[in-house]
Write a protein that binds this ligand. Structure first.
Ligand SMILES: Nc1ncnc2c1ncn2[C@@H]1O[C@H](COP(=O)(O)OP(=O)(O)OP(=O)(O)O)[C@@H](O)[C@H]1O
Ligand SMILES: [Mg+2]
Length: 305
């Protein structure tokens, strides 16, 4: 769906993209994560031909739209007809209504009047703006504006959605609704690529995460693999409660008592079974066992550091 090879973008003295590689496969919901200034928006603007990188290669929906320092306009236009884009900083027409706004965008995609009307109704219902379809956008809250921008991105029923920080400014309810819409898109077989600097926005809804730091992708994997890899490096932390004291001296694990009959056990491997056997060998029983998984937040902070 998206392939980026060795992309370089320099703004005067800032090397915003420094040999960026990434790959988004069909059907993925890909979270493009990175701290402020990492190069997320620069990547997205480059994908869409809205700024000009100096080097590298970009493929969108099997079209090689950029290579040898230039865009192929024909291929880019063809690919973009199948893409929906929600920019990070967008202006809406304050004096128009959602219906009027979507009608203009639909015209830009050369949709017929009947198609525009049908699709506008579908997407406005999807983003929960159907009730206010005839109200002027000027009075809309931040959350309503974000949802209208998403409706705009969906108007052409795109195969690929590219969203730049789509959840910024939404309240918790808005974020939950937004995640539901993304899940719906995935169910419908669409591919979604969206950027964020906030892990919580990405963790529940994405299957794959790419992390960009200083214009380079430092990691690209499934959330499960990232966690597993981190667990392997950080070790497993298991909190265990027993029905009576257990003597852990002489075991190879790192054990800290946490209170009466409660222990923290840290080990390089997953030793839950051995732990059971060891406790049983002392004639004790495990009452509760809890494996502490690192949150993606912890992993992210470590990596970015
Ligand atoms: N038009 C520009 N001219 C000069 N430098 C720019 C321009 N746009 C971005 N930059 C610089 O390029 C780097 C990457 O910026 P970019 O906007 O891509 O980051 P980002 O990951 O989207 O950050 P944020 O989370 O704040 O949106 C930053 O150092 C930024 O200051
Ligand atoms: Mg940005």
């Amino acid at each position: 769906m998206i392939t980026v090879d060795n992309l370089v973008k320099v703004y005067r003295d800032v090397r915003a993209l420094d040999g960026l590689n990434l790959k988004v496969k069909p059907g993925q919901v890909y979270g493009f994560l990175g701290p402020n200034g990492a190069g997320k928006s620069t990547t997205i603007l480059s994908l869409l031909g809205l700024i000009f990188p100096q080097k590298g290669r970009i493929e969108l929906l099997n079209e090689e739209v950029f290579r040898n320092g230039r865009f192929d306009e024909g291929k880019l236009v063809k690919a973009k007809a199948r893409i929906g884009y929600m920019p990070e900083h967008a202006t809406l027409w304050e004096f128009l209504t959602p219906l009027q706004t979507l009608d203009i965008i639909g015209k830009a995609f050369r949709m017929s009047r009947a198609e525009r009307e049908k699709r506008a109704e579908e997407v406005l219902k999807l983003v929960n703006l159907w009730e206010v379809k005839n109200r002027k956008v000027g009075k809309f809250s931040k959350g309503m504006r974000q949802r209208l921008l998403l409706a705009q991105a969906l108007i052409n029923d795109p195969e690929l959605l590219i969203l730049d920080e789509p959840m910024t400014g939404l309240d918790p309810k808005g974020i939950a609704e937004f995640k539901d819409i993304i899940r719906e898109q995935r169910k419908a077989g669409k591919t979604v690529f969206f950027s964020s600097h906030i892990l919580a926005h990405v963790e529940e809804v994405c299957d794959t995460v790419g992390v960009i730091v200083k214009g380079k992708l430092i990691l690209e994997d499934s959330i499960e693999n990232i966690k597993r890899e981190f667990l392997r490096k950080a070790g497993y932390t298991i909190i265990v409660e027993t029905n009576r004291p257990v003597d852990f001296s002489g075991v190879g694990w790192n054990v800290t008592p946490l209170g009466e009959n409660k222990y923290r056990v840290v080990s390089q491997e997953d030793i839950r079974e051995e732990l059971h056997d060891f406790v049983a060998s002392q004639g004790a029983k495990i009452l509760t066992m809890q494996v502490k998984e690192p949150s993606l937040e912890e992993i992210f902070l470590k990596m970015v550091k």
